[in-house]
Every structure is written in C-alpha cells, then in structure tokens.
Design a protein around this ligand. Structure first.
Ligand code: TGC
Ligand code: FAD
Length: 396
C-alpha cells in the first residue's frame, strides 16, 4: 500500500514550509539519489527483512557505492566532503524506509568513522576509513553495558596496560552491527587512571566474541548484539587520542544530530500512509478523511513534522557553523523523536485493525521508534540535559 504514494504527494506535504530552495544543488542531488535507491532497493523488501529479523549482508557495499557512509568526511579518506545538511537528508530518506537502515549508516558514519577521523592516528585513518566508506569493512560502537546505559561513566569494562598493549575485559550490550563488524570502537576504563579511553578493536582478535540479541520486537531489520571481551590484546597504536567520557559523548552528538533528521522520514512515512488510508476508508457512509476528529489528527501530524523539519534544518546550518551545542542537539533529538513517535502511534490507530499488520508500515515504524526514543540518550536523559541547561543544576 505505501508503495502507491506518489512523488507529487510526498513533495507537497513533506516540504510544507518550502525548505527546498534553501538546499544547495549538491544537497538535493545526494538526497534524490538516496531517495531513488530506497525506492528501488529497500522498500520492496523491507517488510520481509523486518518480519524475518534480517539485515542483508550485501547492503553495506551498496551503501558504500551510493556514497552514504561518512558523507561529511574528506574525500581523501573515502568521504564525500558533503555538508551536515546533506548527511541529515540522507538519514531522513533512509529512515523513510526503516529506522534500521538509518541506524546502520548512523553507526558506521557517526560512531565509527567519526571517532577514527577525529581521534585516530593517520595510520588508523588510512587503514580503516576508506574501507568503511566503501562498505568493505563494517564497524560497531561499544559504549553501553548490561548495567550501564544512561550512565556510561559507571561502565565496568577495563583496559589494563601491559607493555605495548592494553588487555580489555568486559561486556557490552545492545551494540548495533556487533556481529557484522570487522572493528569495534570499545570504550573502557584504564585501570591505572580510571579514565575512559576509546580503542579500535579488530573483532578477529582472540578473546573477542559477538552474539546477536534475537528477542527484539523493534528494530528487527538491524543486528543488535552483545560483545564479550576476555583479555583482548589491543596495541597502544589502536588507542584513540582522547581521555574521559567526552570522547564517546562527542560521537553521540554526531549520531543524535542524524537522528533528529532521520526520524522525520519515519514520521512522514506514517503520516502519508494515514492520509491516504483515510481518503479510501469509509465509516458511517463517508470517508474517514471527511471527519473533523480525523482531520484534527492529520493536522497535528503535519504541524509536528513540519516544525521538526524546520528545527532539523536550522540545527544543521548551526552545526555547519560549529554552533551545535550538546543541549541544542538534545532538544532536537528528543523533540523530533517525540513528533515521529506520536505521529506513528496516531497513524497506527487511524488504520484500525489493518494498522496492526506489517502490510502497512506504521506499526513497524512505531515499534522501531520505541528504540530510537531509548537509544542515543533516552527521552528522559535529554530532558535532564535541558533541565540542567535551564537551571544550572544536575538532576541525573
Ligand atoms: P558529564 O559530567 O555531564 O560530562 C562528562 C564530560 O563530557 C562532556 N560532555 C560532552 N561532550 C561532548 N558532547 C556531549 N554531548 C557532552 N555531554 C557532556 C562534559 O563537558 C564533561 O567534560 P569534561 O571535560 O569536564 O570531562 O557526564 P555525566 O556522567 O554526568 O553524564 C551526562 C549524560 C547523562 C548526559 C551522559 O552520560 C549521557 O549522554 N548519557 C546517555 C548515554 C547514551 O546516549 N548512550 C548512547 C549509547 S550509543 C547508542 O545508543 C547507539 S544507537 C546506534 C544507532 O543509531 O543504531
Ligand atoms: P537505563 O539507563 O537503565 O534506563 C532505564 C529507564 O530509566 C529509562 O526510562 C531512563 O530514561 C530512565 N532513567 C535513567 N536515568 C534516569 C534519571 N537520572 N532519572 C530518571 N529516570 C532515569 N549502545 C551502544 O553503546 N551502541 C550501540 O550501537 C547501541 N545500539 C542500540 C540498539 C538498540 C536496538 C537498542 C535498544 C539500544 C542500543 N544501544 C546501543 C543502547 C542504548 O544507548 C541504551 O539502551 C540507552 O542508552 C539506555 O540505557 P539502558 O537501556 O541501560 O536504560
């Protein structure tokens, strides 16, 4: 059903406040090429992938060919040197299909390529960035642990210095791409200093094991894993040049920015599906779309997603100017996820019983967005970041 939505319908409602002229020709070109790819290569298959709990192994190479891995990084490392607005639009197009597709790209670009680019040695950059950009290599980001999610400063994973190596021990949980990854960015406390350090760990190192979590009712077209590190030896040269939690949090800023854009894609997918459905569905002898209460809900969806689009666009331009403070990113991540989730829940409801089937996209988006509301800082964590910004008091 969702495949029948025309491009004309999308253009009118998706850009209600005419942001289009504000994008550069390059940004539009990148956005359109991803839109075409999503239409032909992802949307025909996504229901089946999600139902079966599969992330196809051939997709990373296709993403690499499309140029969506490390979009903002310099060309010499395989990136496209494109703007953050372009990166945001890429995320939005991917998440229009499924949050899991955007998740893959978020993790690879913002949580793996970015820390290597920002904190890695020239040798690490040359060794990994081009392969990660082409999709030949896959990365994951291990911060969360079974007993440390919102509070990563409380992590238990340890790095013990032995000669020219560190030995890593610990467990990471809920790690996107964990079983697919060739390298893992692992955050661990140095035993000597108790400071958090980041390491580029090759996943074929002895003592490293990844196991998928199979019981998810959300984000099913994405691999989510547990990582076990048992005396994993990592050369000092694979250590990132940053100390403290701020290293990991600086990567999260990048990914949270991408989510602020991405979730709008999921939201618009649900909104369009609901709008079309209510035109065709007759209740009490008339189309659902003719009912005032239904129109009020559709109007709310349009309002929420349009405001979210303006927020995301402005945040991108601030970011391009170096003014994306963490609190601004928290506001955009939190409020745009809320807008998308509220839209998805309302769309699911407007579809009645049909809305609980995966023949329609709304419930898939809705369930995925429950994860998006939780990861990269829960709704509550971002609320407390904003509360701290307002009051100056830490309420965590
Ligand atoms: P706090 O004392 O506030 O800060 C410690 C140091 O970090 C600095 N900092 C930041 N730096 C960069 N960006 C930010 N957003 C930053 N926030 C804080 C801060 O200035 C300080 O620096 P310094 O120099 O003084 O040392 O730290 P805290 O322990 O009180 O925690 C703050 C809190 C709760 C906001 C933080 O821990 C947090 O954000 N928690 C949420 C954890 C989270 O988001 N985890 C995400 C895991 S990755 C993931 O979910 C991937 S999903 C993948 C996908 O898309 O599929
Ligand atoms: P908890 O921190 O235990 O929170 C439980 C509840 O308590 C939440 O409602 C929270 O908002 C609330 N809470 C927390 N602190 C407070 C407080 N101070 N006051 C009031 N309420 C509070 N992590 C990675 O490192 N890498 C990944 O690639 C990754 N991918 C993920 C993929 C999926 C599908 C999922 C579901 C998660 C992923 N995560 C990843 C983990 C994610 O970042 C964490 O789940 C998230 O940070 C929340 O941590 P937690 O699950 O431990 O919840």
């Amino acid at each position: 059903m969702i495949g029948t939505i025309t491009r004309a319908t999308r253009t009118h409602l998706e850009d209600f406040f005419e942001l289009e002229p504000l994008y550069t020709p390059e940004e539009r070109l990148i956005r359109d090429s991803v839109r075409e790819f999503v239409q032909s290569e992802i949307r025909p298959h996504i229901d089946a992938w999600w139902t079966q709990g599969v992330f196809p192994e051939y997709l990373p190479r296709q993403f690499g060919e499309l140029g969506v891995l490390g979009v903002t990084l310099p060309e010499r490392y395989g990136g496209s040197e494109a703007s953050y607005t372009a990166y945001g639009l890429v995320n939005r197009e991917l998440e229009y299909a499924d949050s899991g597709m955007r998740s893959f790209v978020s993790v690879q670009s913002s949580l793996v390529m970015y820390p290597i680019y920002r904190y890695g040695s020239e040798r690490l950059k040359n060794a990994w960035l081009p392969k990660l950009a082409s999709g030949e290599a896959i990365g994951c980001f291990g911060l969360t642990e079974p007993d440390a999610g919102s509070d990563p400063a409380n992590m238990r994973t340890r790095a013990r210095r032995v000669g020219e190596h560190y030995l890593l021990n610990g467990v990471k949980r809920w790690i996107t791409n964990g079983t697919l990854a060739d390298i893992a960015i692992i955050w661990a406390k140095e035993e000597e200093s108790n400071e958090i350090l980041g390491f580029v760990v090759e996943t074929d190192t002895e003592g490293f094991q990844a196991v998928d979590i199979k019981t998810k009712a959300s984000m099913r077209a994405s691999a989510t894993s547990e990582l076990y590190l048992d005396e994993v030896a990592v050369p000092i040269s694979h250590r990132l040049e940053v100390r403290g939690l701020k290293g990991a949090l600086s990567c999260l800023n990048q990914a949270r920015f991408g989510i602020a854009f991405g979730v709008l894609g999921a939201g618009f997918g649900c909104f369009e599906e609901a709008a079309r459905y209510t035109e065709d569905r007759l209740v009490f002898g008339k189309p659902l779309a003719s009912k005032q209460l239904v129109q009020a809900r559709l109007a709310d969806m349009l309002g929420d997603l349009t405001k979210g689009s303006l927020l995301a666009y402005h945040l991108a331009r601030l970011k391009e100017d170096g003014r994306d403070t963490p609190a601004r990113v928290s506001l955009a991540k939190r409020d745009n996820v809320r807008a998308a989730l509220k839209t998805a829940r309302a769309a699911r409801d407007l579809l009645g019983a049909n809305g609980i089937t995966t023949e329609y996209a709304s419930i898939r988006h809705m369930l995925n967005l429950e994860t998006v509301s939780t990861y990269e800082g829960t709704d509550t964590v971002h609320t407390l970041v904003l509360g701290r910004e307002v009051t100056g008091q830490n309420a965590f």
